[in-house]
Design a protein around this ligand. Structure first.
Ligand code: ZN
Ligand code: ZN
Length: 305
């Protein structure tokens, strides 16, 4: 089996990266929360830019929690100086309200470490759009995850950051991978509410969601649902919403692909990926929308191989 599909509880749909008018978003936090709730999400983290020009906001969305909908407190943290960008972009979800503004000398990796120590789930935001180097990502040792799909960056055709994440994973780094809107709801933006996570947890309690995120107990999607993934006897079995393609890839330049019409089950051999360290599953639907599991470390499912 593989987490989170073999865990008790339910999947909770959420957005981990969105902005309000507390920084450079178009909408007040209440309206951002309302849009996600009305679209059927179970939670949102409004992650405004933690910059001096916005007064280092830690946007308080607790008043917008209601039965069946909650919010996580977070921010997008910035520090100066990557090789090819003016600043770091780091999503931190689960920050305490007392989280102090960055020290002028604090580096991106140091700021991320402080956020993690303060209790946050830390993600390297849109590395493709930021032209982040592999070396810089490797130095971001506090990261729990890479934002492998950023819907806002689709306007630059740089939404997808799986390449960087796969290189880090194939070198042995333990990371999870999330998709997010980075919604600002500005008129010139691509539509929001298109990329999310499905977090496997026993309840919608913010502390449980945060623990599940840190443990990688989630998958990501721009449309399809993944109901189950099992690894057994050299085969990967997948149950999902109707798909045209189910793909197993991982820590080696190889892939196993099953295509069809309205596939809801697939069984693929590990093949050359059996010694790849980790695998991951991608599900594509007829509209080209995708869902991605987190990496599944094969040494953790060895008993079933
Ligand atoms: Zn950013
Ligand atoms: Zn952002």
């Amino acid at each position: 089996m593989s987490v989170p599909f073999d865990l008790p509880g339910a999947f909770w749909r959420g957005c981990l990266h969105a902005h309000s008018d507390e920084s450079d978003g178009a909408l007040p936090p209440a309206e951002v929360a309302r849009r996600y709730r009305d679209a059927g999400y179970h939670f949102v983290a409004v992650t405004d830019h933690f910059r001096s020009q916005h007064g280092y906001p830690l946007t308080d969305t607790r008043a917008y929690r209601s039965p069946g909908f909650t919010t996580l407190i977070g921010a997008e943290l910035h520090a100066p100086g990557t090789e090819l960008s003016t600043e770091w972009h780091v999503v931190a979800v689960g920050l305490p309200f007392g989280f102090a503004p960055p020290d002028p000398d604090e580096t991106g990796p140091e700021l991320a470490r402080r956020a993690r120590e303060a209790g946050a789930f830390v993600g390297i935001a849109h590395p493709s759009a930021s032209l982040l180097t592999v070396a810089e990502a490797e130095g971001m040792d506090a990261a729990h995850a890479v934002e492998v799909y950023n819907a806002l960056a689709a306007r630059e055709d740089r939404a997808d950051s799986w390449h960087l994440c796969d290189v880090l994973l194939a070198r042995g780094r333990r990371l999870s991978a999330f998709a997010a809107d980075d919604a600002h709801f500005q008129p010139h933006d691509p539509p929001g509410l298109v990329a999310w996570v499905q977090v496997g947890a026993r309840s919608l309690d913010p502390a449980e969601l945060l623990a599940a995120l840190k443990a990688g107990h989630y998958y990501s999607s721009t449309g399809p649902q993944i109901h189950d993934v099992a690894v057994e006897d050299g085969m990967v079995s997948v149950r999902c919403s109707p798909a045209t393609k189910v793909l197993v890839s991982g820590g080696a330049p190889a892939g196993q692909v099953q295509t069809g019409h309205a596939l809801t089950e697939a069984a693929l051999p590990l093949g050359d990926l059996a010694t790849a360290g980790y695998i991951r599953v991608t599900v594509v639907d007829a509209a080209g929308r995708r869902a991605w599991t987190n990496p599944i470390w094969l040494n953790e499912v060895t008993v079933n191989l």
